[in-house]
Ligand binder design. Sequence first.
Ligand SMILES: C[S@@+](CC[C@H](N)C(=O)[O-])C[C@H]1O[C@@H](n2cnc3c(N)ncnc32)[C@H](O)[C@@H]1O
Length: 238
Amino acid sequence: MMTIQEKEEFFCIPHKDNELLDFRAIFGNDNPVYMEIGCGKGELIATKSLVEWDRNFLGIEVKGDRIRIILHKLDASRHANVRLMRLYVDDSVINIIPRHSIRKIFIIHPDPWPKRKHHKNRIIQDSFLDTLNQILRLRGEIEIATDHQEYVMWIVEHFARRKDFVALYEKGYTTLPRAGHIVTYYEEFKRKEGYPPYFMRFRKTDHLPLTAHTPQGDEDDRPETTAGNLSAESSGNR
Ligand SMILES: C[S@@+](CC[C@H](N)C(=O)[O-])C[C@H]1O[C@@H](n2cnc3c(N)ncnc32)[C@H](O)[C@@H]1O
């Protein structure tokens, strides 16, 4: 059994400013890379990485104590496809994540910053979606969940005014979880308070992002191992 220090050495990638990550060197293969921003206590990354063993998972979390909680859930022999990074993600992430290198991004229960004067702190902003476009592969996806209804509308509207992403749900969101849905700590906490989650998915198109003008990457058309049943999803029962 690994000590927490051994786990830290195995799983945690030191973050060096302006040095691009080499995913082939990090994971030892060319499997598609999934990235989770704000992975909290790690329920999603620790579970999904077992099911989707032929994907690589990079979990990013700003709080060190939460990284340690995630480490307790990981084991090098079972989670060889997982790495963690302690980092506050913002537009500068483009300096460490190579362009067109990410197949899927999860942003599960991002901090909602409910007060209007704090909306500028929300992670979903036009410029940040430009940044996510840059690091995603063509047809790469962003999955977002939040229980905060006003933030749902904010997110749906931010994506709706762009051509470089297309919403995968008719109204931009659904309340129905996908097959294989993983309930995170925060989802469970908010459900108990009476706030169930809304789920959103957006796919990168071949349109240019709002402000950046770079060539688009190649695509990864391999089917997903746990394909969701889009036909079973609707905009839910609100
Ligand atoms: C509301 S919690 C949700 C955690 C987890 N995804 C869940 O569903 O239980 C938001 C998490 O995102 C982290 N976080 C917030 N902003 C971040 C950022 N810009 N970069 C990295 N982590 C961030 C916070 O530290 C916190 O752990």
